[in-house]
Design a protein around this ligand. Structure first.
Ligand SMILES: [Zn+2]
Length: 302
């Protein structure tokens, strides 16, 4: 075959391979967000997460490979409310990608899509710990808020990739239907949690408590982001006994040693929740919340 005949054949092959390639490259800061983007994007979006479910999303190493990932992204989706403030700006700058900088069309702060709790009022200073003045950023554990994130994602992804706008809308619709069905099931399973008094490690259960109707009486961290100290641990144990607390909840990326001591002293159970969807392992957002519900439900059994 002469070269001039061979070239168009080669171009066709490349073209075919091209159709298998995703239309949008999306990078998220957390794996749970990645799982939601995947539900909306389907085959049209290539999604990666900058952090793992085993990593505390407040502290992620701004490694060069993550900046490289961002350099190729059409869309960056973040949790926002300063959750990633310690590491994401460095990566955005290193990526030299103008499309995903704050204010650009490829920058989506998902917290703008949800009702936010615990917005700070009055003066905010470092002495209050690692606080988030714009509100509590740990909303991805609440399926009601994730429904709003998915709907907003479909709109933004459609704006960035209009040829697949209908597919994103259809995917989001089917995700929302499944989510609503599962939500009713989860609420039934976790009905016994309603009105319960609970100890939490970090201020990360606010939205879960709001959804399921339990009450966090005290946190093991004396202030957000500050590790437990003996004086505060003694206060936690006292208060937990006073309120007859039978359950402590935390994400598995926080240390468990002190928590185990507390539940032993108090006579409570410890529910360890996964830190996010195991997106790389193929877990969906629904699978992630179902895992959380199973762990909680096992820990509330008498
Ligand atoms: Zn936090």
């Amino acid at each position: 075959m002469q070269l001039r005949y061979f070239l168009p054949v080669l171009a066709t092959l490349v073209g075919l391979a091209g159709t298998a390639r995703a239309d949008l490259r999306v990078v998220t800061t957390t794996p749970s967000l990645a799982a939601v983007v995947h539900a909306v994007g389907g085959a049209h979006a290539h999604v990666t997460s900058l952090s793992l479910p085993t990593q505390d999303p407040h502290f992620v190493d701004a490694r060069p490979n993550l900046a490289l990932e961002l350099s190729k992204a059409d869309l960056l989706v973040l949790v926002g409310l300063e959750l990633e403030v310690g590491w994401l700006p460095t990566l955005q700058m290193a990526s030299r990608n103008s499309e995903i900088q704050r204010g650009a069309k490829g920058y989506l702060d998902a917290s703008t899509l949800v009702p936010v709790l615990e917005i700070a009022t009055g003066k905010v200073d470092r002495a209050q710990g690692d606080i988030h003045p714009g509100g509590n950023p740990h909303y991805l554990i609440d399926p009601r808020r994730v429904a709003k994130v998915a709907a907003g994602l479909a709109v933004r992804m459609g704006d960035l990739d209009p040829s697949n706008r209908q597919a994103y809308a259809a995917n989001a619709k089917s995700f929302l239907e499944k989510l609503a069905k599962w939500q009713r099931h989860w609420e039934t399973v976790l009905g016994p949690l309603k009105g319960r008094k609970v100890v939490a490690y970090h201020h990360s259960l606010t939205y879960l408590a709001d959804w399921l109707g339990f009450e966090v009486v005290i946190h093991l961290e004396p202030k957000p982001g500050i590790p437990p100290n003996p004086g505060h641990v003694a206060r936690v144990i006292d208060l937990a006994k006073k309120h007859d607390v039978k359950l402590m909840i935390q994400e598995s990326y926080f240390p468990t040693k002190t928590s185990e001591l507390v539940v032993q002293k108090v006579g409570a159970k410890l529910a360890l929740l996964p830190g996010g969807a195991n997106f790389r392992g193929g877990e969906s957002y629904l699978g992630f919340i179902d895992q959380c519900v199973k762990r909680l439900s096992a820990a509330v059994q008498p």
